[in-house]
Design a protein around this ligand. Sequence first.
Ligand code: ATP
Ligand code: MG
Length: 170
Amino acid sequence: MDESTRGGGQSEALRNYTLGKRLGIGTFGKVKIAQHKLTGHKVAIKIINCHQMRKMEMEEKAKRELKILKLFIHPHIIRLYEVIYTPTDIYVVMEYCKYGELFDYIVEKGRLQEAEARRIFQQIISGVEYCHRNMVVHRDLKPENLLLDSKFNVKLADFGLSNIMHDGHF
Ligand code: ATP
Ligand code: MG
């Protein structure tokens, strides 16, 4: 049995979803694919263990990511659908990006055609522009943090190091 399913806490908190395979591991937990039982909509769920997070003093990082993503709605920024809190874990339900990291896509292809690179770059700029217009700086933009959805559209992800800026300050 998975350590996080012990005691049925997880299955109760995630009763609306069918959990699938693991997509990756982050600093404070795993990311799994899941499907909404009623609508069949596929999502990615980041499972953050509160104990682990406190031990690593990552509370601020996680809170920052959630605070910012909760407010953002943009075609090139990962959508946060809901956050489920339990005494032991936080489940972050977000948009699923079928083709994973832009990093792996570039490595696999070796080199992108100019037209595709241009399209991807424009989408990144569009997402970044939205962040800046809302006074948020990402501070960790790199191909590992840019995810690709089922249509190869770019989504800015991982706002864990982001911050809110103020006019006139660096
Ligand atoms: P950190 O927690 O330090 O930011 P990280 O960026 O590696 O580390 P996560 O953002 O938690 O960790 O994600 C881990 C991996 O899971 C990512 O590298 C990515 O491949 C995958 N992943 C995360 N979110 C999604 C998503 N919405 N759709 C598809 N895959 C995802
Ligand atoms: Mg990351």
